[in-house]
Design a protein around this ligand. Structure first.
Ligand code: 5GP
Length: 339
């Protein structure tokens, strides 16, 4: 056994220090980012926020509402017919990722989808991105589809970011083990990494190789999204913050004909397992839970709140663009280890 006593930080442990600057006007701050991917040769431009590939969030309606400026990772449970219809429209392919895991039938779906559509972006998502099998799987898919933008994860440490960028030839590495709002991995397994430190350490490793990172999970407020970008995230993936909107698909609590709340659940929760894999396997523990999320109306309102928060943060630290936010940021630790 070894113990690392360095302090690792979460979003709640820091604030961003305001700075004297020729404060740029909020309206002129550039939120759009342009990314050029070394391994696939592709590129993408927009506001780098991603709707998570959870079945309640990564929906066609979400992609239509927030794209093409923002990204949606379409979940893997749609039928192949529905996927072909959606991705058959080239406009939908611009900012929409398809998602697979490591199962053969998911790979078959991807093959079929590639044959029939122009799908350009892929998210290869597993709970534990630390296996050699996963790295080989990512590389196999890269070899089959050299021009696809590939996002792969999840991991939380630099050596695995490097492995997935070099050996796996992915373009974007997804960072986060345990921070999600409906995730119970830390409780059930004791495994995880404070998300802010994971982003800082992984972004440094990825940027050294001209790769990108996506911070996945743990953002509960626009301020958390700002902190993720300020820590070096190139993309930020959201689940819970985008739950409860009209564009979500889920079980709604309706009172007097009005939606009041939505049932939101983790993709490793017992509810998701029952829905998609015929129940919990007896060698697995559930690593997800359910939560009731108040109804929030159209997602565009929430997107405005988030982009407003980012603009304002840029003005506070003197960054003229989202790209520069990290360079202009000084975090202040506001919790001591003993707190
Ligand atoms: P949130 O934005 O809600 O805090 O986090 C969303 C992320 O949580 C997802 O993108 C995914 O990576 C992760 N997640 C979703 N469902 C589960 C689950 O059941 N268990 C775990 N460990 N993580 C989950």
């Amino acid at each position: 056994m070894r113990i690392n006593t360095d302090i690792k930080l979460d979003y709640d442990d820091v604030l961003i220090r305001p700075k004297r600057s020729e404060a740029p006007s909020r309206s002129t701050i550039i939120l759009e980012r342009e990314c050029r991917f070394l391994n696939s040769g592709g590129s993408w431009k927009g506001l780098p926020i991603i709707a998570s590939n959870m079945d309640t969030i990564g929906t066609f309606a979400m992609a239509k509402a927030i794209g093409p400026e923002l990204i949606t990772c379409i979940h893997k449970y749609y039928s192949i017919e529905k996927l072909i219809e959606f991705f058959g429209d080239d406009d939908h392919c611009k900012s929409t990722f398809f998602t697979i895991g490591i199962k053969d039938n998911e790979y078959d779906k991807l093959r079929e989808l590639r044959k029939k559509t122009n799908v350009r972006h892929l998210c290869i998502d597993v709970a534990n991105g630390y296996t050699k099998f996963f790295v080989d799987h990512v590389k196999r898919i890269r070899d089959c589809y050299p021009d696809m933008t590939i996002m792969a994860g999840n991991v939380v440490t630099p050596e695995m970011v490097q492995e997935l960028l070099i050996a796996g030839a992915a373009d974007i590495i997804k960072i986060g083990i345990g921070p999600g709002s409906v995730c119970t991995t830390r409780i059930m397994t004791g495994v995880g990494y404070p998300q802010l430190s994971a982003i800082i350490e992984c972004a440094d490793a990825a940027h050294g190789l001209k790769g990108y990172v996506c911070a996945d999970g743990g953002c509960r407020t626009p301020g958390d999204v700002v902190k993720a970008f300020a820590a070096g995230a190139d993309f930020v993936m959201l689940g819970g913050m985008l739950a409860g909107h009209d564009e979500c698909v889920g079980d709604w609590v309706v009172e007097n004909g009005q939606r009041v709340a939505m049932n939101f659940y983790g993709m490793s929760s017992e509810k998701a397992m029952n829905k998609y894999t015929g129940g919990m396997k007896d060698y697995r523990a559930s690593e997800g839970k359910e939560a009731s999320i108040p109804y929030k109306g159209e997602v565009s309102n929430t997107v405005l709140q988030i982009s407003g928060g980012i603009r304002s943060a840029c003005a506070y630290v003197g960054a003229t663009s989202l790209k520069d936010l990290s360079k202009c940021t000084t975090f202040i630790c506001c919790r001591r280890p003993s707190d």
